[in-house]
Design a protein around this ligand. Structure first.
Ligand code: SF4
Length: 358
C-alpha cells in the first residue's frame, strides 16, 4: 500500500505522504474489488505479503478491514506465512492485535539504525527508543517470526557506527534481519541534494562485518545477499519470488506473474483508482528465464540445475553457458555439474553479474 507518514530522503518507492482518510477509503474500496477479481483464479496462498509504503500507517480499523479482505477472499495453504511491514513509529499494541486477529504471523519492521545521526542523514523520521519498544511489543504479542531492517553505507557512517548497530540489533535478537546498503536512486531527496553512495571498499567491509557479526553473535546465516535468518525463519515469500514462483499482486505499481508472463499495475494511485489496466512486460520466455536465473542467484545456495529447468523450461547452460563459464573462470560463480551459485566475491558483485547475464 502506497501510504507513509513522511517520505524518507532515500525512498524511491511510489508513496503518498499523510494521505487523508477520504483517499485511504478510496484505496480500500478499489483494493477490495481488485482482490475479489484476482481471488477467482487463484490457488490457496502459501505466502501473503503486505508491504509498501507503511501498512501500519493505516488506523487499526482500516488495517482490520484490509486484512478481512484478504482472509475472506482467499484460501491459505496449511502452514502459510503472512507478513506485514511496519514502522516502529506507528506499530501500536492495538494494531498488533488487529494483525494477529487478521491471520498475520510475521512482522517486518524498519529500524534502519540505532544512531540518530544516521537516521537524520537519510531523512528517516522517528525516535530510536521506538525501535526497542516495537520489538518488545512484537515479542509480547506472541509473534516470534519477525524481521528488522537495517541500512549501511550511509554518508558519514563509520565502520564503528555500523558495528554498534549490529551490536544493538544482536541484543534484540530478531530471528531475521535484512541489512541493505544505501542506494541513491533518481528522484529521491538524497539524489537531488547531490549525495553519493559510499565507496566500494567501505561497503564491502561493512557487508563482510554484517555476515560475520550476525552469524557469530546472533546465530543468523546469510541466505541472500542482504538477508540473514535463523534456520527455519527465512522469508518464504521472498524465496518463492526469487526462485521464479507465480505470484499475484494488488495495488498501484504491483506486479503479478503467472509463470509465463508478468504484468504491472498502473504506477500512480490516480490511474489505478480509475481501473486503468495492467501492462504486460513484453519479454521472450528465454529472457524471462534469464531474469529468474539472476534473482535465484541472489540466494547463497543458488540454483540446482534440475529446479531451474523445472521452473523455466530451460537449461541455464543452453541459454547463458558462455557467460557462466567466463564468470566462473573469474571466480564470481561456482558451478558443478548440477548446481550454480555466486561465490562470496560474486555476492558482492551481484549487480555486475546480473548485467553480464542479461
Ligand atoms: S517508510 Fe519505507 S516506504 Fe515509507 S517513505 Fe520511508 S523508505 Fe519509503
Amino acid at each position: 500500500m502506497p501510504f507513509c507518514a513522511r517520505r524518507c530522503d532515500y525512498c524511491a518507492f511510489y508513496v503518498y505522504e499523510k494521505a487523508a482518510s477520504g483517499l485511504r477509503r478510496e484505496y480500500l474500496t478499489r483494493l477490495e474489488s481488485e482482490l475479489k477479481v484476482k481471488s477467482e483464479y487463484c490457488d490457496p496462498l502459501a505466502t501473503i505479503y503486505i508491504g509498501g509504503g507503511t501498512p501500519t500507517y493505516f488506523s487499526t480499523r482500516e488495517l482490520r478491514e484490509m486484512l478481512t479482505m484478504v482472509t475472506e477472499n482467499f484460501q491459505f495453504e496449511a502452514g502459510y506465512e503472512f507478513t506485514v511491514e511496519s514502522n516502529p513509529d506507528c506499530l501500536t499494541p492495538a494494531k498488533l492485535t488487529a494483525l494477529i486477529d487478521g491471520g498475520v504471523n510475521r512482522i517486518s519492521t524498519g529500524i534502519q539504525s540505532f544512531s540518530q545521526g544516521v537516521l537524520d542523514a537519510i531523512g528517516r523520521p522517528g525516535k530510536i527508543e521506538r525501535a526497542y519498544e516495537a520489538v518488545d511489543a512484537i515479542r509480547a504479542s506472541g509473534i516470534g517470526n519477525f524481521n528488522c531492517d537495517l541500512i549501511f553505507g550511509v554518508p558519514g557512517q563509520t565502520i564503528s557506527d555500523w558495528e554498534n548497530d549490529l551490536k544493538e540489533i544482536s541484543q534484540l535478537a530478531p530471528p531475521h534481519i535484512s541489512a541493505y546498503s544505501l542506494m541513491i536512486e533518481e528522484n529521491t531527496k538524497l539524489a537531488e541534494s547531490g549525495t553519493v553512495e559510499g565507496d566500494d571498499e567501505l561497503l564491502s567491509e561493512m557487508w563482510n562485518l554484517a555476515g560475520e557479526y550476525l552469524e557469530n553473535h546472533c546465530g543468523l546465516r546469510r541466505y541472500e545477499i542482504s538477508n540473514y535468518a535463523k534456520t527455519g525463519f527465512e522469508c518464504r515469500h521472498n524465496q518463492r519470488i526469487w526462485m521464479g514462483n507465480r505470484f499475484i499482486g494488488a495495488g498501484p505499481s504491483a506486479c503479478y506473474f503467472d509463470g509465463v508472463s508478468r504484468w504491472t499495475n498502473p504506477t500512480t494511485l490516480a490511474s489505478w483508482l480509475k481501473n486503468t489496466p495492467a501492462v504486460e512486460d513484453a519479454v521472450s520466455s528465454e529472457q524471462r528465464a534469464v531474469e529468474i536465473l539472476i534473482t535465484g542467484l541472489r540466494t547463497v545456495d543458488g540454483w540446482e540445475r534440475f529446479d531451474f529447468e523445472r521452473v523455466t523450461g530451460f537449461d541455464y547452460s543452453d541459454i547463458r553457458g558462455e557467460t557462466i563459464c567466463e564468470l566462473t573462470e573469474a571466480g564470481l560463480l561456482v558451478q558443478d555439474v548440477n548446481s550454480l551459485r555466486l561465490s562470496n566475491q560474486g555476492l558482492l558483485l551481484a549487480d555486475f553479474i546480473a548485467r553480464e547475464l542479461l
